[in-house]
Ligand binder design. Structure first.
Ligand code: MLT
Length: 209
């Protein structure tokens, strides 16, 4: 347990100076869920995978919601800070390069990663946000110069409306992030295609990350 998070850390084959993927699962998931995805996306990376510590009817989440897609904003703000502290502490504990932490989040995990990027951009070098939405109304867009973000979303997602992912992409771009947005025709589930697209996206940037 670190900073209130049960988690898994898997040292990558290239050692702890390699990039670290911060794996953030969806509602009802746990710290094991995204390890295979992480290995597919960047096999040489370290994997840091916390378990969401907010229960909802027995399901793990990273922050509270009042209804589907309606977030408890005060809780989201607080949990985003908690997650930032977890990354800081884990980086020291495992000797990670703090400048090479890349979030890989799905659904609820993607939403807290987006919140972290918007509230504390220095926490992440890059982010892969799968089925994410704009998690809160942003008053002042932070400077996201140098941040690379890959978004994937389904045109038929019943949980995250396509317009909402588009708003997140537009907002990140207005902060000067380098944003790639990958659309597919599926719904809320992770698809093999988007995982492959994320892998190709990161491979094309490996020299910078
Ligand atoms: C969320 O609560 O973050 C989104 O509604 C996605 C989900 O986890 O269902």
């Amino acid at each position: 347990m670190l900073e209130g998070y049960d988690h898994r850390f898997v040292l990558g084959p290239a050692g702890n100076e390699a990039p670290t993927l911060l794996l953030l699962h969806g509602t009802g998931g746990d710290e094991n869920d995204l390890l295979p995805l992480g290995r597919l996306i960047l096999p040489e990376a370290n994997m840091l995978s916390p378990r969401g510590n907010v229960p909802e009817n027995g399901m793990n989440r990273f922050f509270r919601r009042l209804a589907e897609g309606v977030f408890d904003q005060e809780d989201l703000r607080r949990r985003t800070e908690d997650l930032g502290r977890f990354i800081d502490t884990a980086a020291v504990r495992y000797g990670l390069d703090r400048e090479r932490i890349i979030a890989v989040g799905y659904s609820n995990g993607a939403n807290i990663a987006a919140s972290l990027l918007l509230r504390r951009p220095s926490a992440l070098r890059a982010a892969i946000l799968l089925h994410a939405m704009l998690p809160f109304e942003v008053e002042a867009v932070p400077d996201l110069t140098g941040k690379a973000v890959f978004l994937a979303a389904g045109r038929n997602d019943p949980i995250v409306q396509p317009e909402n992912t588009q708003r997140l992409a537009d907002l990140l771009r207005s902060g000067n992030a380098d944003v790639s947005l990958y659309w597919h025709d599926a719904g809320h589930s992770l698809t093999r295609d988007e995982a492959t697209a994320a892998r190709d996206w990161i491979a094309a940037r490996s020299a910078d990350l």
